[in-house]
Design a protein around this ligand. Sequence first.
Ligand code: AMP
Ligand code: MN
Ligand code: MN
Length: 326
Amino acid sequence: MTFQAQWAEASAAVEAAQKILIVTHVNPDGDAIGSMLALALALREQGKQVTTAVDGGVPDFLGYLKDSGKVIGRLKRGHFDLMVSVDASDEERTGIAGAFGRRRSQRVINLDHHPTNTGFGDIHLVLPEAVSATEVVYEWLSRMGHPLSQPIATALLTGLVTDTMGFRTSNVTATTLGIAQQLMQAGASLTEVTARALVARSYSTIELWKRVLPLVRLEDRIISGVVAQADLAAVGLVDVTDGGLVSLLASVQEAVIAVVFKETREHRVEISLRSKPGYDVGTVALSLGGGGHTQAAGATIDGPLEAAIARVMPLLRVAAGVGAAA
Ligand code: AMP
Ligand code: MN
Ligand code: MN
């Protein structure tokens, strides 16, 4: 099917549906919640009955987005005419909410921008050249002729700002800035979105970094850090996070790849990967059962930590051009 036909089919599916469920990826970021809420706001304006759900709900720092309070953290009931998955490259990433929704929905639209998208679902709105899932939602809304209200524009700008780290990633083009301009003209505040969704961090993040930074290593142009459960517990953080440490490590001039290994409560290991242009961590993440983009990717693999590190570092050496291919 041509792309044109996919847009038309997606719009027709929405038109025919009354009860619509929107889900996104677990551990949601600004793009996940921004694309979910922008679409939800628009579809509600179109008179649809919209349910939004992601395991664990919306992180506090995204609470400024309109209707964030309506997002369900534990989806347990409902039947839907249509489910839309946003910003998730594979079905597993949509968690319990996605699995439940899949069983209770007649059709599934897969709206995403990850080049590693597995092509799940019935209708595919997957644009790998889009900088964020909110860019795909923006494109869809403009094709539907849906006007940009201020809350919709704010949610869309949030995904644009967070996934591009404030318009700094290598995929940002004049078109990206043109969309941002449209969103600002519709009333979104770049200052506020940047401050809340990108810059603000809690003091516990600094406490976490104080523990983790002394053990950061730079070897073979790969800079690596480890966040163990004990580190998170010591600073009172419940969710598995590096607080953005991987971006800090990726800024190091001497490194071409940055990696942070994060231990989950179940002793699995979440891996965050970043690379400089010319180096591909997306393929590495995909080979580990995860996904992402060329320059920012991730995966969750079996622990313990030491085993995960021993498994991943040789793959990264190959990606960094310093190791022999297996
Ligand atoms: P993060 O390091 O969590 O900011 O993630 C960077 C990129 O990798 C994002 O595009 C994520 O969607 C993707 N990603 C992270 N973890 C996973 C995973 N377990 N499976 C698939 N994609 C992932
Ligand atoms: Mn995301
Ligand atoms: Mn995204």
